[in-house]
Design a protein around this ligand. Structure first.
Ligand SMILES: NC(=O)c1ccc[n+]([C@@H]2O[C@H](COP(=O)([O-])OP(=O)(O)OC[C@H]3O[C@@H](n4cnc5c(N)ncnc54)[C@H](O)[C@@H]3O)[C@@H](O)[C@H]2O)c1
Length: 397
């Protein structure tokens, strides 16, 4: 395949590029190298170093029709990864997120339409953010889809969504591709618009397309510079610099963490398949970890105590629980054994320890929290309890 990875210098794109090369495909990247993700010096970026001799990398903007048109020359397979990715930040940088994610999709769609006979397949990196709070089970009403949580409830420490019909308690369950789409953030709205613009265009042009709705992707190569997203990067840096970790809400929100190699595996399967038509698939493990599980797992992996506070603070736009229903994924692209959370965290921690962590990571992180608080996105009680975690490793000592 002749592959273009739009936004391919980022976390997932870089790993995908290496995998595609290994599989014998040609790889080209168009990426704006957003300094929030990559820092200011491109040549110093690990992502740049890994690939500049094997991959044709162009620095350019996905919103620029000329740059996208040039990058598409002789390409038959497109991986569309370029996006602004910070859920909290998207709630006040609304124009920027809409331009990057939605206008960018429109530009790509038009350029594809100009080359309809040349493009064979488009793989879109979408997000579980399109589901918003996602699916829950009510003992009375079965599968229900609560709307975004009310800030007043969150202020009062009521973090769990209630049944939208009877206001009764709910049990979290996984989201299916056919579930209601009701994004709870500008990021989620733009990701839905992005996948739909691409799927609609490809459907009209008779081009095969697949939107992969990722859960929380983690692993080696994720940005350690971006303070707006990537909970594992943020927590790791705080932990390694002996800074307190601010765990939002009551620490019991859950996420489905999927290792980056599993995500690139499904991207490759999607691109290399002979499936025609347009499809939407969840990509996640179906397992859940609480935020406190994450702190403990990192503490164990780094063999360091972690000071954390469960702050009761919350971000408007954050969801409570998330996990993928993987039945359709396996049925469409084949069975797969995911990297376990324990194994993935160990691999991630080993990679982090090889990186030069920047001394100002904490101030950058605090500044991002201040910025979000100033915009009314980060709210809630100050620390409700503070604790020093003793990992089993420390107890043995
Ligand atoms: N990482 C996750 O947990 C996760 C979860 C769900 C969905 N996704 C989606 O996967 C994709 C890749 O995410 P990632 O984690 O690798 O993020 P990332 O921030 O590491 O990579 C995104 C890349 O897009 C580039 N980019 C941003 N704006 C651009 C523009 N206007 N023109 C060209 N390039 C631009 C950035 O420079 C960056 O290299 C995104 O579309 C994201 O929404 C990621």
């Amino acid at each position: 395949m002749q592959c273009l990875l739009l936004g391919g210098a980022g976390f997932i794109g870089s790993r995908l590029a290496l995998r595609l090369l290994n599989n014998g495909h040609a790889v080209r990247i168009l990426d704006i190298f957003d300094p929030q993700i990559h820092g200011d010096d491109l040549a110093a970026s690990e992502l740049w170093e890994i690939k500049s001799d094997q991959v044709k990398i162009s620095v350019g903007d996905a919103r620029d029709s000329i740059a996208v048109g040039q990058a598409l020359e002789n390409i038959d397979t497109i991986f569309y990864l370029a996006a602004g990715t910070g859920t909290g930040q998207s709630m006040y940088q609304i124009k920027r997120y809409t331009e990057t994610n939605v206008l960018g999709a429109a530009v790509l769609a038009e350029e594809i339409a100009r080359r309809r006979s040349q493009i064979r397949r488009v793989i879109i990196s979408s997000s579980r953010a399109v589901y918003g709070e996602g699916c829950y089970l009510c003992s009375e009403h079965g599968r229900v889809f609560p709307p975004s949580r009310n800030p007043a409830d969150l202020e009062a420490g009521q973090f769990n969504p209630r049944c939208p019909i009877c206001a009764g308690p709910l049990t979290e369950t996984s989201s299916k591709e056919s579930d209601h789409v009701q994004p709870g953030s500008i990021y989620g709205i733009t990701k839905f618009a992005q996948e739909q613009i691409m799927l609609n265009t490809c459907h009209a042009l008779g081009i095969a397309a697949m939107a992969l709705r990722y859960q929380n992707v983690y692993g080696a190569g994720q940005s350690l510079k971006n303070p707006y997203t990537g909970i594992l990067s943020l927590f790791s840096q705080l932990l390694l610099q002996d800074r307190p970790i601010n765990v939002f809400e009551d620490g019991l929100a859950t996420r489905d963490f999927v290792f980056v190699d599993d995500v690139t595996e499904f991207n490759c399967r999607a691109a290399e398949s002979s499936l025609l038509g347009c499809h939407i698939l969840n990509v996640g493990t179906a397992a859940r970890q609480t935020l406190l599980d994450v702190v403990l797992a990192l503490s164990a992996a780094f063999q360091r105590p972690a000071a954390y506070s469960v702050s009761g603070q919350f971000r408007i736009g954050d969801i409570r629980h998330a996990a993928a229903d993987t039945a359709m994924l396996f049925q469409t692209l084949g069975q797969h054994t995911f990297v376990s959370f324990q194994e993935g965290i160990n691999r991630f921690a080993a990679w982090v320890l090889q990186q030069d962590l920047e001394a100002d990571a904490n101030s950058r992180y605090l500044k991002s929290l201040e910025e979000m608080a100033g915009m009314g996105i980060l709210r809630g009680a100050k620390a409700t309890r503070a604790q020093q975690i003793q990992t089993p490793w420390l107890e043995k000592k």
